[in-house]
Design a protein around this ligand. Structure first.
Ligand code: GLU
Length: 484
């Protein structure tokens, strides 16, 4: 059997990490078995559509490197891949079910349904359609009132509906707990149940992999498969994602849209690795796993049943690991690209490539996200350093500004005499000066750091000064002297 899986998002908002994880596991199952990964847009809930969502979904998948074999943009043999373009299929099968008497038209007005619900609430009963329109006479009464019809499934009164989930094992629901659910709305649009089942069947989907929140809908879908005489796919319900406080993951936990992570300077390979470990493991200890290794080792039987925790700190840590591991060339390109947008306006554009390349070895051990970089290195690209005079002294020289001033003046003189402007020579001069002045080297370095880079935290000082160049360092120490 060829594995055919689909990622079937509803375009009701920007894709979040939960959806991205669903897409990723579907993609992994396809790629690890030589199967196909399909993108299907489930836009049947027209009231909740967000126009830019489809574009954002596609962009997120592309960013993560989750390429699809069939989809709305590229078509394929089972298209169209957008549900609103497939209405006639759903209508055909809804009619067939009505003809078979496994579904029926219901004319109950929204008012009647609302009254029913209020009544049930009052009596502490679960909200449930009272099957009024199963009765032909009562149905005619409602029809006479002139409302539109929906189609409801005729759920069997007793018995159980079961399925075997690849992660959860056997799952059963009493039919008596299942409503006569709507399959086609009065506007001719299907509900999600009918749409999933129809499309998964027609598109020959072999595995439905989705979030655990769909478990309770599955028996309704199984009932539809049975009524239509179709073989259900294998269901794989992935564990729910929790925040570190064990509550369901939400924005409050810093769970953002996928594209937000991209904009915040996360690498797609880190995000891929991180998402791939939410609900799946290679063994009990391996954390850094490349895309190829995931594809090589992915199997459904290593998917976990227990809720998985989204640990934003781990993601950031992992991003740092991937950043440090990037080939110098690529890191340098990414940093340059980032600086183009993030550096202050006073820095000339295009950003100087040579400086970026020189900086890479200095910053690669220090950054965990690309969005940290601009602040860290802006002093290399602009002479407008925004530090305050007090920063020059820091905590330790606050009470002795004259010491700091003298040190900086002498440093300026001695640096001026350095012929070969290399970090070893600069460091030697600075250390000798500290000794001569009986200053702690760290105190002197702090003054120099702020004067030359504009910041109390910077890449290694003397390497930074070498990259800045002699002339710029002398100018900057002179300018700093004016601030005493
Ligand atoms: N459209 C559904 C969602 O966005 C997908 C459900 C499914 O995968 O079956 O969650």
């Amino acid at each position: 059997m060829t594995v055919r899986v689909r990622f079937a998002p509803s375009p009701t908002g920007l894709p979040h990490v939960g959806g991205a994880r669903t897409a990723l596991f579907n993609w992994l199952l396809a790629r690890s078995t030589g199967g196909q990964f399909i993108l299907r847009i489930e836009d049947t809930d027209q009231a909740r559509l967000v126009p830019e969502a489809v574009g954002a979904i596609e962009e997120s998948l592309r960013w993560l490197g989750l390429d699809w074999d069939e989809g709305p943009d590229i078509g394929g043999p089972y298209g169209p891949y957008t549900q609103s373009e497939r209405l006639e299929h759903y209508q055909t099968y809804a009619r067939q079910l009505v003809a078979d008497d496994t579904a029926y038209e219901c004319f109950c007005s929204p008012e009647r349904l609302a009254d029913l619900r209020t009544e049930q609430q009052k009596n502490k009963q679960p909200p449930r359609y009272d099957r009024n329109c199963r009765d032909l006479e009562k149905r005619a009464e409602q029809q006479a009132l002139g409302g539109g019809a929906v189609v409801r499934f005729k759920t069997p009164d007793d018995g159980t509906t079961s399925f075997t989930d690849a992660v959860r094992g056997d799952v059963s629901f009493e039919n008596s707990t299942i409503d006569d659910f709507v399959i086609l709305k009065s506007d001719g649009f299907p509900t999600a149940h009918l749409a999933h089942v129809t499309d998964d069947h027609l598109m020959e989907i072999s595995h439905v992999m989705r979030g655990e929140e769909w478990v309770s809908s599955t028996p309704r879908q199984i009932l539809l498969y049975q009524a239509l005489g179709w073989e259900p796919p294998t269901f794989v319900h992935m564990s729910v994602i929790l925040g570190p406080d064990k509550a369901k993951l939400s924005k409050r936990h810093g769970a953002l849209s996928v594209l937000q992570y991209r904009d915040d300077g996360y690498l797609p390979e880190a995000m891929f690795n991180f998402l791939g470990l939410i609900g799946w493991s290679l063994d009990d200890h391996t954390v850094i796993i490349s895309r190829d290794e995931f594809v090589e080792h992915f199997t459904l039987d290593r998917m976990g049943k227990n809720p998985a925790v989204f640990d934003a700190e781990k993601l950031t840590w992992m991003n740092g690991v991937y950043l440090r591991d990037l080939p110098e060339e690529r890191l340098s390109d990414l940093i340059a690209e980032r600086l183009e947008t993030d550096l202050p306006e006073s820095a000339p554009r295009p950003v100087d490539d040579k400086t970026v390349r020189a900086l890479v070895p200095l910053v690669r051990e220090r950054i965990k996200r690309l969005d940290e970089i601009a602040e860290m290195v802006e002093g290399f690209f602009t002479d407008e350093l925004p530090y305050a005079a007090a920063d020059l002294l820091g905590k330790r020289l606050k009470k002795t500004p004259d010491v700091a001033e003298k040190a900086l003046r002498l440093a300026n003189e001695r640096f001026g005499a350095i012929e070969s402007w290399q970090h070893e020579a600069i460091e030697q001069a600075a250390r000798t000066l500290a000794e001569d002045l009986e200053m702690r080297p760290g105190d002197l370095f702090m003054v120099l750091r702020v004067a030359c880079t504009g910041r109390a935290v910077s890449p290694p000082l003397f390497e930074s000064m070498e990259i800045l160049g002699k002339e710029r360092c002398l100018q900057r120490t002179e300018r700093a002297l004016l601030r005493f």
